[in-house]
Design a protein around this ligand. Structure first.
Ligand SMILES: Nc1nc2c(ncn2[C@@H]2O[C@H](COP(=O)(O)OP(=O)(O)O)[C@@H](O)[C@H]2O)c(=O)[nH]1
Ligand SMILES: [Mg+2]
Length: 342
């Protein structure tokens, strides 16, 4: 039988990576097919970055002597070109073949997890799972780390909550490195919440900028604040914002983590316990906040935990979900808090 190639990631929808499963009847045939595609040799049990014909880079993970995953960039044009490279290498391109999941075997789940992984930080960890699950005796991730790592697959909701005119919308624009929210010296400029998917050092998050919370809003503003409050109640992380002249508003009821943030720190420091100091004029402070957000949601200790990760037991996400606006859905999981709201 000729070598078979199956596109396992969704066709026609751009994702971080595309995923082809290549299956041959013998080790020699798979070696030859990968070579014809332009790849460097990849041994069984090895995953490596390789350059295919036409300069396309792909991660090639060879699970067994006769089966490999080829994972190029997920753009639609790249996918078409890699399909033609695979055909020219003599493989038959066949319809997607779902595999039946085994209870304690990560391999059948890995394809969809890799194809749908939200955060770049997820890729290396996922690729190392077959090795970790094959170790005997197997060591599992600590449950706290497993709960944090799910944010790599299912982006956490982060909400900026604070008074008007302290620089919340400016902060969103700085974190996004582009203009998403209107900023102004006038209090009450942000009426509706503004959402964006943001990459915090390899961790994708759903970020919501909210209108400022104040005591005497007009009716339309009061309604916008109420909506923002109900969104903030479902947040995984609340950035509790203030500046030197405006104290932070009361927190919404939350079981998420609360991170106090002192905005416009170039204008002075607020009274009371110190938060993370941020000024829109200091790019270093913006990078430090992005690092703190990543570290709070997915700490280094969780990323460095060498245990086996049952990643498929978290809610699977699909390409279709990624097209939705970043509004909270029905997430009920919570990370262990550092500070809790009331
Ligand atoms: N000095 C200083 N001004 C800032 C900073 N961030 C924002 N501003 C200004 O503060 C005002 C209110 O900012 P905005 O982002 O609209 O505040 P929001 O109402 O909390 O969203 C605008 O005039 C901004 O230019 C900062 O870090 N330092
Ligand atoms: Mg605003």
């Amino acid at each position: 039988m000729p070598v078979r190639a199956y596109l396992q990631s969704p066709r026609g929808l751009p994702g971080a990576i595309a995923l082809f499963r290549i299956a041959a009847d013998s080790e020699r045939e798979l070696d030859a097919c990968l070579e014809q595609m332009g790849s460097r040799p990849v041994r069984a049990g090895q995953a490596r970055l390789s350059t295919l014909h036409q300069g396309h880079q792909a991660v090639i993970a060879r699970w067994t002597p006769t089966e490999a995953h080829v994972m190029p960039h997920g753009g639609i044009i790249v996918l078409k070109q890699v399909e033609s490279i695979i055909k020219h290498a003599g493989a038959d391109l066949l319809e997607h073949q779902p595999l039946l999941p085994d209870k304690d075997d990560p391999a059948p789940h890995l394809e969809s997890a890799l194809a749908n992984a939200a955060s770049p930080l997820a890729i290396d960890l996922l690729l190392d799972q077959p090795r970790r699950w094959s170790l005997s005796p197997r060591v599992d991730l600590t449950p706290a780390h497993a709960s944090m790592l799910r944010h790599l697959l299912e982006p956490a909701l982060v909400v900026a909550w604070g008074p008007p005119n302290v620089g919340k919308s400016t902060l969103l624009n700085a974190l996004a490195t582009r203009t998403l929210a209107i900023t102004s010296p006038e209090p009450g400029t942000t009426r509706d919440h503004v959402g964006a998917m943001l990459d915090m050092g390899g961790l994708l998050i759903r970020y919501l900028d909210t209108p400022g919370v104040r005591d005497d809003p007009h009716p339309a503003e009061a309604q916008a604040i109420d909506i923002a409050r109900s969104l903030a109640q479902t947040a995984d992380l609340i950035l509790w914002c203030r500046d030197a002249s405006s104290p932070p508003p009361p927190l919404p009821r939350t079981s998420g983590i609360v991170l106090p943030v002192d905005l416009r720190s170039d204008l002075g420091t607020p009274q009371g316990p110190e938060g993370i100091r941020v000024s829109a004029f200091d790019p270093h402070s913006i990078r430090s906040l992005a690092a703190a957000i990543r570290q709070t949601l997915v700490p280094d200790a969780a990323l460095a935990d060498p245990g086996a990760w049952a990643f498929w037991r978290t809610t699977p996400r699909t390409h279709a979900d990624r097209a939705l606006p970043p509004y909270p859905s029905h997430s009920t999981h919570r990370s262990p808090p550092s500070t809790r709201g009331t």
